[in-house]
Design a protein around this ligand. Structure first.
Ligand SMILES: C[S@@+](CC[C@H](N)C(=O)[O-])C[C@H]1O[C@@H](n2cnc3c(N)ncnc32)[C@H](O)[C@@H]1O
Length: 353
């Protein structure tokens, strides 16, 4: 059911001869990493090609009810304009309210990774047909494989968000999760999103780091990595230590993280960028405070120990704890903690009709 619509050797910059290597390159050498330190888009490709085949495991991504609910929750965090016009508040938007525009006919995901957001949204009934796009050939390959396994009607392209290889007025919906903060010129990417949307079409970008949230998340992740990789040097804990070459490869790739993570966002500023790009009915919401403080150390710990070591008991514990803290965030902390302290920013808007 899935197809790759073009050969992925395309120029990154409008008019510039900077072809992306179409072959996934999962093992960047030290020399390639050094070159990528001054070339953010090369860094994106190397870093995400390196992650692609293990990405679902690293981030506990699945295509079952757990992640379908999670993806749908992020999508519904900002109500659709029709629901908003009927009086829904951003934080209280229900799936039913957002559902007034559903299903969208043709949807596209920017920076799809392994397809976590769009494929799970399609499974929840948000869109009928999908197109997955990413700068990393490795990610597009895995996303198309996941779509095929799920039997979804999806095509895919290697694509730079600043120069989207689709015609004007093609899509009813464009989505993205954790992608805008990687794109050098966010306003240019949103202009491209509006170009490929049909008049009246909608975009929803979720999972973007807030400036304050990113600060505490990074700090907690670094501390967790340091503690785990050092404590597992002790003899009784050595079976929890990943082989040194895997840790070295992780460290090399992690050096690229500073290059690929370009932005953090203030929600109001992000809304301003979307309006400058030409979007109408722009709204933002923020999510996860206590849940993010648990989530980042947990994910870093999972990446620092051998794959498969933690098992389903751990996965159940981590997800259950995350759900309880999300409840705390939404029902208690949202009333006392300023929105800018929450980790995730969601932005949605429309192409004017
Ligand atoms: C943090 S990952 C998120 C992946 C997926 N959306 C998810 O939530 O699991 C960011 C993705 O954006 C892609 N990306 C980075 N820069 C991009 C660009 N300029 N255009 C398109 N995709 C880009 C990366 O290759 C990577 O797959």
């Amino acid at each position: 059911m899935t197809t790759t619509e073009n050969e992925p050797g395309m120029n990154n910059d409008a008019g510039a001869a900077s072809p992306v290597d179409p072959t996934p390159n999962p093992h960047a050498s030290a020399e390639e990493v050094a070159a990528a330190l001054t070339d953010t888009k090369l860094a994106q490709v190397l870093y995400h090609d390196w992650e692609a085949e293990t990405y679902d495991e690293k981030w506990s991504i699945s295509f079952d009810e757990r992640c379908i609910d999670y993806a749908r929750g992020r999508f519904d965090a900002v109500p659709a304009a029709r629901a908003a016009a009927a009086g829904s508040s951003a934080s209280g938007a229900s799936a039913a309210a957002a559902g007034s525009e559903l299903p969208y006919g043709r949807a596209m995901e920017l920076g799809c990774g392994t397809g976590f957001f769009l494929l799970n949204l399609m499974q929840s009934g948000v869109a009928e047909k999908g197109s997955v796009t990413d700068l990393s050939p490795g990610m597009v390959k895995v996303a198309l494989r996941n779509a095929e396994n799920l039997g979804l009607e999806v095509d895919g392209r290697v694509a730079d968000a600043e120069k989207i290889p689709y015609d004007d007025n093609t899509f009813d919906l464009v989505v993205g999760h954790a992608v805008l903060h990687h794109i050098p010129d966010v306003e240019q990417a949103l202009r491209e999103v509006l170009r490929v949307l049909k008049p009246g079409g909608r975009f929803v970008f979720a999972g973007e780091p807030s400036t304050i949230g990113d600060f505490y998340a990074r700090w907690m992740s670094r501390a967790t990595w340091y503690l785990t990789t050092n404590l597992t040097k002790l003899a009784p804990l050595q079976s929890w230590r990943r082989p040194q070459e895997e840790l070295d490869e992780s460290s090399r790739a992690a050096a690229l993280e500073a290059v690929v993570d370009i932005h953090t966002f203030d929600p109001d500023e992000l809304a301003g960028i979307a309006r400058s790009a030409g979007a109408s009915s722009v709204q933002t919401a923020t999510e996860e405070f206590a849940a993010a403080m648990l989530g980042w150390p947990v994910r870093t710990f999972e990446a620092a120990v051998p794959p498969g070591k933690l098992g389903w008991g751990w996965a159940g514990f981590a997800f259950g704890s995350w759900k309880r803290l999300t409840w705390l965030d939404e029902n208690v902390l949202r009333k006392v903690v300023p929105p800018k302290f929450f980790y995730n920013v969601v932005v949605s808007g429309y192409k004017p009709s």
